[in-house]
Design a binder for this molecule. Structure first.
Ligand SMILES: [Mg+2]
Length: 236
């Protein structure tokens, strides 16, 4: 019996385009203002960013300056990290703060597919818990569900997991998540648009379903997982 639903975000609850064509450009366009507004508030994030820069400079991956008294050099380096799609913790933290301000001011509203709210509400009414597993930071995940086009879904979500729990392609991550949710892996259903993630969850003993949404990449058949076009189509 399924007791917990674990959802991916990009390509499952949210159009991939919202993340890549809205969220990322939004943060990139505001880096200058955010960094210029004051480095003092960055604290440890700036320390981590400098350490990352030093490694890149030593490895000759990035050859430009990085100087705390010249915010433009910090912005340049952050733009470099975005352009190479680096999964950088300080970058994610800065993006999270920019998005938070954008959502709070109403400039940003997250896009959830129209069935998401109904599906989550239905699962909760049956006593299931609903959790999220995404490579975005926990802050970014919380914002997506709090400031959505379907309203604040935060109260419906039991837990958020990011890659600090483990990689999405590793089965151990799904064992850990099941344990943290207080269920057996076989009592958890994971929904994602990425087959390697579903394979990992399946290896951990979880039930799996492939999310097929407009804008998702093509998945080669045959696949070893159920496939749904909408979360309300899942048979629990
Ligand atoms: Mg995805």
């Amino acid at each position: 019996m399924i007791k917990a639903i674990l959802l991916d975000i990009e390509g499952t609850t949210t159009p991939i385009d919202f993340v890549h064509k809205k969220l990322f450009p939004f943060a990139k366009a505001r880096l200058n203002d955010f960094i210029g507004a004051g480095l003092a508030s960055l604290g440890n994030t700036l320390v981590d960013l400098r350490a990352e820069y030093k490694r890149d400079f030593q490895d000759q991956i990035y050859g430009r300056n990085f100087n705390e008294s010249d915010p433009a050099t910090i912005v340049n380096y952050l733009e470099f990290l975005i352009d190479v799609d680096r999964k950088s913790t300080p970058l994610k933290s800065i993006q999270g703060e920019i998005w938070k301000a954008g959502y709070e001011s109403g400039e940003l509203v997250s896009e959830l597919f129209p069935d998401v709210f109904r599906a989550i509400e239905n699962w909760r009414s049956k006593g299931l818990s609903v959790a999220i597993f995404s490579s975005g930071s926990v802050l970014a995940q919380q914002l997506i569900f709090k400031y959505s086009n379907a309203g604040d879904l935060g109260p419906f979500i039991s837990a958020y997991f990011d890659t600090t729990t483990g990689k999405k392609q590793e089965s151990a991550s799904y064992s850990t998540i099941a344990r943290e949710l207080g269920v057996k892996p076989g009592e958890m259903l994971f929904v994602s648009d990425v087959v390697t993630e579903l394979d990992a969850a399946h290896d951990a003993g979880a039930r799996t379903a492939l999310s097929m949404r407009p804008g998702n990449g093509l998945v080669k058949a045959p696949i070893a997982h159920d496939a749904v076009g909408s979360l309300t189509d899942l048979e629990i």
